[in-house]
Structure formats: C-alpha cells, structure tokens
Design a protein around this ligand. Sequence first.
Ligand code: V47
Ligand code: SF4
Length: 360
Amino acid sequence: MIPKKIKEKILAGQRLERSEALEIYSSENIFDIARLANKVAIRYNDNKVYFILNRHINPTNICINRCKFCAFSRSKGQEGAYELTIDEIINKIKEDSIKFNIPIREVHIVGGLHPQWQFDYYLRMLKEIKNNFPHIAIKAFTAVEIDYMSKISGLDIVETLSALKKNGLDILPGGGAEIFAEKIRQQLCPEKIKGERWLEIMEIAHNLGIKTNASMLYGHVESIEDRVDHLIRLRDLQDKTNGFQAFIPLAYHPKNNQMGGYYTSAIEDLKTIALSRLVLDNFPHIKAYWVMLGQKISQIALLFGADDIDGTVIEEKITHLAGSTSPQIMHKDILINIIKKTGKRPVERDAFYNIIEEIS
Ligand code: V47
Ligand code: SF4
C-alpha cells in the first residue's frame, strides 16, 4: 500500500522525497501506482499521447569504450564492424519517404566513439543532412559522444556544441546516462565518462539553448536506491536549467554482451515508468520507448504515467542486437491504434513537441 500521506502529497502536486519514492516503488499495489502516475500525466499533458515520424541512424558501431552491457559496439577490424559514409546516411533518409512512405520529421543519430574519425566528419554529416532535408530536425550525439568530440577536436564543450549547432544540430538525445551511481557505473562501463560529466555537458547544452532528453538504463545490477538517486540528480539539474524535454527509462537487454543476466519484468518496467513520472515533477514528458518495452508493455505504460511512445524508428540496432524482439519499424496507423485503445488521444508532434496533428 502507498501511505495516504504520500498519495495526498502527489495529488496536491508536492515534491516527493527520496524515501517516499522508495516507498512507492516497494508497494505491490501496481494499480494504485498507475492511478497516481496517470493522474500526474494528465495534469501535465491532458489525455494526450505523443508520437513522431522519425528514423534512427547509427553512423558507426566502432567504439573505443566497449561498455559491458553493449551488444552493438565492435572494435576496429573486428567482424561486423561498420562505418557509414555521409552519402549512405543521406540515402537512408531518402529511402524512408519512398520505400516506407514515411515523411520523417526527425533523425536520431547516435554511434560509437570511432578511433579515427575527425570532428570535421561529424560537422559535415550534420551539414549535408540539413542541406538535403532542411525540414528534418536532427537529434544527434549523446553527451558521451560530445565529450569525445571535444577531446578529438581540442575544443571545449561550449565550442564543440556551438560548432555542431551551427552545422545543423537541433537537440541532444538522452543516451549515455546509464546509471549515475559511480560504483555501478564502474561495473557497467568503466571507460565511459562519469555521471557528473554527463550532467555537466547537458547543463552546458541547456545554457546554449539546446534542448536535450535524459535516460536511465535500469534492470541490470543497480538497486532501487540507485534508480531514485539517478532520478533526483536529473530533477536537480532540471530545476536549474529547464532544458530537458523528455525522460526515457531504458529497459536492460541481456543478450550478446559481456554482462548477461535477465530481461526486465513487466512489473518492473511499469513501476519504473510510473516512478519516473512521479519523481520527475519538472519534466514535461515521460517516454515509453516501444523498441525496448515491446508494443504491449509500452501501451500499458501509457496508463502508468508515460505520455510519449516515441516514433516510427524504422531501423534500430542497439536494442535488437542485445535481444529485443520488437519489430524494426512501427507505422503511423499502428502507433495511433495503440494509443487510441488506451482511451488517450494520439498527437503527432515534431522534435520540439509542437503539435502537428491531434487525431480524434
Ligand atoms: O545510450 C545500450 C542503451 C542507449 C543496451 O533521446 C541499452 O529520444 C538496453 O538513448 N539494453 C541508446 N539499453 C538509446 C537511447 C534512446 C533511445 C530512444 C530515444 C532516445 C531519445 C534515446 O541505449 C544507450 C544505452 O544507454 N543501451 N545497450 C542494452 N543492452
Ligand atoms: Fe560505445 Fe555507446 Fe556501446 Fe558504450 S554504449 S560501447 S559508448 S556504443
């Protein structure tokens, strides 16, 4: 049972303490948790659930970090390693409207930390995409990649982000946050930037007027306390900058990586979505990423506090290589149908959450 005092606090719109977040998560009454989180979601976004026509592109899987949970990355020269040319990237975006009949509005670009690529390559990539598709927003490069680009270019983070923005970068995705707790992070990804650095880069991006997302990789070796700590650190930064658009809990996938373990359970997925909605009282959107949650759990997540189901995606490697059984692509009519069946109102959005169309 969730104590009455905590329920009243949530209904009055008051901020939850760490201990209260833990109490909510430990409750076995998932229906109570759902009702509360759904009420909060409605307070922020009415009955709307957002989706976007987007496509993912991973320019290379060659990465010097080799995080232990990652099934996507390869070392240079290893079987399966690949590098896309800028023309190949442009062609992928072109084929979306023709082959799949999807006029995409956003590209989501993340990849490995390539040992040879120069900063200029990333700038040209953005510029060429913008020149060819001026109407498509570019959400690209995690804070981990931004830190790496700053190292290879010799520029500081402000200069690195400013150059990327000048060449077409619109938004930063939320990846690379994993879990901030240092002890766990060391087990997951010892080579990766620390949680503090991830937050610092996001703060700089926000101060430059670049909106970003945030994520949390959950369901591996972290504790519930680590999850709550992660959420509270994000909430603290959002209090300062108000630069985060959406939070995406990323369900751990255990296949073909060094860590192994288990898939997350449905209960864990739904509770984590709800807890995110309840703790992140200053985040406008909570995303139920269907690629990781699957079509059915992501649909139920829309009744557990999520107000966004991401998009068409079209091609996804990171989760599929780690054992996702979701399809690669989700067409607009299916997204609309999933949302409608929850009793919510589907809303097509752009990359900045401007409404394109409310579907009745
Ligand atoms: O940063 C890697 C995670 C992230 C695994 O901002 C894994 O709108 C689960 O960040 N199991 C990339 N997760 C995905 C991501 C994302 C996705 C959709 C939308 C947005 C957004 C961001 O995937 C990585 C890492 O945290 N990841 N391996 C795995 N085995
Ligand atoms: Fe590289 Fe990102 Fe995979 Fe880590 S999660 S190995 S940084 S591609």
